[in-house]
Ligand binder design. Structure first.
Ligand code: G3H
Ligand code: 13P
Ligand code: ZN
Ligand code: NA
Length: 308
């Protein structure tokens, strides 16, 4: 069966590595990710956003993940990414997910606590685990001075209070990462001192890093070489993510790098094979590109090969 992330995070915390949480939207993406994890003997979290549910329908994604589970024999957790209210979390818990994120990070502190508590109560009664978020990821490029950082980045004391009062199983924090392909204008800066303080105040507790794609230049360049227009894209360097994995971060979210790998492959295929029109001709190499990207992540960013 699908597993929760409890055991995965315990081992990741002790082993000082991270489990990859990869966003899935269709069959080829799921197959590419799962094949990579299978070959690497790695623990795996497949996550589904509200947008993914809208695109593919909840039932299709659940059935595809169940097929991947049966086919691979891997321990896989199925997680809701950025659930915005109790209702979507409930719907995913009732609909077969083993983990949900309630993202109340845009709410005032007390409201974030209240909605997270409500989700935790519902989830725990059913053996499901919950991730919450404290601090704001978006717009962090602007947070150059200390005051701005304090307003948006996760406050360590609030994090402790939040975890204690909600009973949440893991917490996503803001230390300078952001979603998408344009994370930094200049050089990447993450607030490791803040991460260290948070981890020290919450010993043994799994921290989650969102917006953790590396935006590998090779893939951006390939997109652009074959007609793409992706300019100024920049992600989080791999050594920083490895370092985070040793500092209490147990889950690292990756979506953008999968999108870039898939798009680069399809663009290249069309440029080199303009006569092709059978979707299998370009989706097969695209699926292979996803697989190679995930293997690279497991080895060089997550350090979670042979951890099951
Ligand atoms: O954090 C967002 C993930 O990358 C999912 O993106 O909402 O476009 O599916 P999405
Ligand atoms: P990236 O956009 O860096 O891949 O982050 C994905 C994410 O955090 C999904 O929740
Ligand atoms: Zn995210
Ligand atoms: Na870790």
């Amino acid at each position: 069966p699908l597993v929760t992330t409890s055991e995965m995070f315990k081992k990741a915390y002790e082993g000082q590595y991270a489990v990859g949480a990869f966003n899935v939207n269709n069959m080829e993406i799921i197959q590419g990710i799962v094949d990579a994890a299978k070959e690497e003997n790695a623990p795996l979290i497949l996550q589904v956003s509200a947008g993914a549910r809208k695109y593919a329908k909840h039932i299709y994604l659940v059935k595809l993940v169940e097929a991947a589970l049966e086919d691979s024999g891997l321990p896989i957790a199925l997680h809701l990414d950025h659930g915005e209210d109790f209702e979507i979390c409930k719907s995913c818990i009732d609909g077969g997910f083993t983990s949900v994120m309630i993202d109340g990070s845009k709410l005032p502190f007390e409201e974030n606590i209240a909605v997270t508590k409500k989700v935790v109560e519902y989830a725990h009664e059913r053996g499901i685990v919950v991730e919450a978020e404290l601090g704001r990821l978006a717009g962090v490029e602007d947070a150059v001075n200390v005051n701005a950082k304090d307003a948006t980045y996760t406050d360590p004391d609030q994090a402790v209070e939040f975890v204690e009062r909600t009973g949440v199983d893991s917490l996503a924090i803001a230390i300078g990462t952001s979603h998408g392909a344009y994370k930094f204008k200049g050089e990447c800066k993450l607030d490791f001192a803040r991460l260290e303080t948070i981890s020290n105040k919450l010993p043994g507790f799994p921290v989650v890093l969102h917006g953790a794609s590396t935006v590998l230049p090779e893939f951006v360049e390939k997109c652009n070489q074959y007609g793409g227009k992706i300019h100024g894209a920049q992600g989080v360097p791999e050594d920083m993510l490895l370092k985070a994995g040793k500092m209490g971060v147990c889950k690292i979210n990756i979506d953008t790098d999968l999108r870039l790998a898939m798009t680069a492959s399809i663009r290249e295929h069309f440029a080199k094979n303009p006569a092709d029109f059978d979707p299998r001709q370009y989706l097969k190499p695209a699926r292979e590109a996803i697989k190679n990207m995930v293997k690279h992540k497991i080895r060089n960013v997550l350090n979670c090969s042979n951890r099951i």
